[in-house]
Ligand binder design. Structure first.
Ligand code: AMP
Length: 326
């Protein structure tokens, strides 16, 4: 699929001596895994090139995968190629100095809302960008080099962004590519322990979420993780945000939403769904993302209630006009 787009990216990589890799803000496993995996593949294959991974924020969740590279002078950017992974819109790129780069490549699997690259390879139906990195490697495996470390980074993004290979975006290709990486020696015991073991206080918070979550008339489960709750359970904003996944297995509740108070007074919205697509709601409230996993920002409780009401209407309509959901 999209051989021409992939070939063009490889040709551009070959053309440049300096390459800077970028990802989105508030990185998840896919953003970190794909960029680290790509850096490793390119460093192994092109040892003569200067390849950096430079971003401006950090995530505890996947910090076990290791460090990125430090800041460089602006002059380093001006004759470099920007390789921007897993980022739908330019405002979400963590390091805004990408604009200084001579040419930019968008390499993504989100709904393609903005064509900010000079070149792009976007496949919206892919379960993760890591799946695309694995495919990129496989397409040019006679030229590109990979090792166990790179395979582990890429596999980490694949397993996290696909909800452990459960989401509908998972295809036969996803599993074939994951299989290729496993054959390179990924240590699943250690990787899964890093990704899925929880702290004691996090489990206590999870129990509290089950007490506090609410459900709308037509089955939208939701929770407001207030600043007070975050303080009471000593939660980092990442831990508070993870609460959305605690509501994912409620029968007949096809949409679930976590509202997380930010330090600046705004409220982060994390929307998830099965069967029904919800990205139109995220887009209405300053956000975007995937059909069944997206995010937005609201600024008042009234806006939060309006979003819940919109989701409730959407779900009512879906249930009335579709069968087979649960
Ligand atoms: P999250 O709930 O933050 O994990 O986001 C789910 C998906 O939606 C990710 O692919 C994000 O990149 C995307 N997303 C989250 N928030 C926004 C936003 N405010 N604008 C656009 N996309 C977003």
């Amino acid at each position: 699929m999209n051989f021409e787009a992939k070939k063009l990216i490889l040709d551009k990589i070959k053309e440049y001596d300096k390459i800077i890799i970028f990802r989105h803000k508030r990185p998840d496993g896919d953003a970190v895994g794909s960029t680290k995996g790509m850096r490793e593949i390119l460093r192994l294959t092109f040892p003569e090139k200067d390849i950096r991974l430079i971003n401006c924020d950090y995530s505890d969740y996947v910090s076990f995968l290791g460090d990125e590279d430090g800041a460089v002078e602006d002059s380093f950017y001006t004759d470099a190629l920007a390789l921007i992974l897993d980022t739908a819109t330019s405002d979400r790129i963590s390091n805004q100095k990408y604009t200084l780069c001579r040419e930019k490549i968008k390499f993504d699997h989100h709904i393609n809302l903005e064509h900010y690259g000079d070149y792009e390879w976007v496949e919206e139906e892919r379960s993760s960008v890591c799946e695309m990195v694995a495919d990129f490697y496989r397409t040019f495996s006679d030229e590109l080099k990979i090792n166990k470390e790179a395979a582990t980074y890429i596999y980490a993004g694949m397993v996290t962004d696909s909800g452990r290979f459960r989401f509908r975006s998972v295809s036969g290709e996803t599993l074939r590519l994951a299989g290729m990486l496993l054959d390179m020696g990924v240590d699943l015991d250690t990787l899964h322990a890093h990704l899925y073991m929880k702290e004691f206080h996090t489990l206590k918070f999870q129990a509290y979420v089950y007490e506090k979550m609410q459900i709308s008339e037509n089955g939208v489960a939701y929770l407001h993780v207030t600043k007070e709750m975050q303080d009471a359970f000593s939660l980092s904003s990442e831990e508070a945000s993870a609460s959305v996944s605690y509501m994912e297995s409620i029968k007949n509740s096809l949409i679930w939403i976590a509202f997380i108070d930010n330090d600046d007074g705004s409220i982060r919205v994390r929307l998830r769904s099965r069967f029904v697509t919800v990205n139109s709601i995220a887009e209405k409230y300053n956000g975007g993302g995937h059909a069944c996993a997206c995010g937005a920002t609201v600024y008042t409780t009234d806006e939060m209630m309006a979003l819940i009401s919109d989701a409730d209407v959407l779900l009512k309509d879906y249930k009335e006009n579709n069968e087979g959901w649960l």
